[in-house]
Design a protein around this ligand. Structure first.
Ligand SMILES: Nc1nc2c(c(=O)[nH]1)N[C@H]1C(S)=C(S)[C@@H](COP(=O)(O)O)O[C@H]1N2
Ligand SMILES: [Mo]
Length: 240
């Protein structure tokens, strides 16, 4: 059965097959899909079927890689198997690169705006607008379900300040939408994390502008959440 692709259809995700350095992607179990957006209606049956399908594609891919492993240099193979901690720009591993996510141009465009919406009130903010707001620092890890975690010193705008400019309170869940389409391009943050002063829309990591692979122009970083929900390349923030 085929279905027309929808903007948040995981089947429309770009794949990593074109990236020069293939990395294992997060297994996207159906439970994760519910975690990513518990507000999304509709049956989960289709999702889990796709997840199963993707699982077998991934297994086939791993088998190919295991075979290819016999011909790739030993050290590279070891580094493929190693948990990715401490590697990557700014000392934090990359889960998915901007190019794999298809956001290289939109993320770096001069027309970039972050849209913030609550109750019909909408504001579009440029990166400079975000930089002019009060900046705060949070020491928070990225903890990936793949089995690595890395501590980061993030700096940016407090989420509660940001939604305050459209009159949004901190008693509602908030949805984050990425420039990237697909399963990883959206997450919902429960209200208690919205209130938390450590929850940032981060512009910097380790005192430098976020690299594009870490989510430039801005990304969500909140305490005590799986990495998959720390949405990169934010495009829209909606108070639900
Ligand atoms: N838009 C988007 N955000 C994303 C992802 C993604 O693929 N797309 N990957 C997530 C996952 S699984 C993890 S572990 C973290 C990793 O962040 P990092 O790549 O900056 O280390 O980003 C999360 N945010
Ligand atoms: Mo992850």
């Amino acid at each position: 059965m085929t279905r027309p692709p929808t903007p948040d259809d995981p089947a429309s995700e770009p794949t990593d097959s074109t990236s020069a350095n293939p990395v294992p992607r997060d297994p996207p179990p159906s439970a994760y899909a519910r975690l990513i957006d518990p507000h999304r209606g509709g049956g989960s049956a289709g999702l889990s079927r796709r997840a199963i399908l993707r699982g077998s594609v991934a297994a086939a891919g791993l088998a190919v890689l295991a075979f290819a492993g016999q011909t790739i240099p030993f050290l590279r193979w070891i580094s493929f198997l190693a948990p990715r901690s401490g590697e990557g720009p700014q000392g934090v591993p990359i889960n998915r690169t901007a190019s794999a996510a298809g956001v290289v141009d939109t993320a770096q465009s001069g027309d970039y705006r972050l849209t913030v919406a609550s109750n019909g009130v909408t504001r579009s903010l440029s990166l400079d607008d975000l930089r002019r707001m009060p900046q705060h620092t949070s020491e928070l890890p990225i903890a990936c379900v793949e089995g690595w975690s890395a501590q980061g010193r993030w700096r940016g705008v407090r989420l509660r300040d940001l939604i305050g400019i459209v009159g949004g309170g901190t008693d509602r869940d908030v949805r984050f939408v990425s420039l990237e389409r697909g399963l990883y391009g959206v997450s919902v943050l429960p209200a208690n994390f919205v209130r938390n002063p450590a929850t940032l829309v981060a512009l910097e990591l380790h005192d430098e502008t976020l690299t594009i692979d870490h989510g430039f122009p801005c990304r969500l970083i909140a305490p005590n959440r799986p990495g998959v929900l720390q949405t990169k390349w934010l495009s829209r923030i909606e108070v639900l």
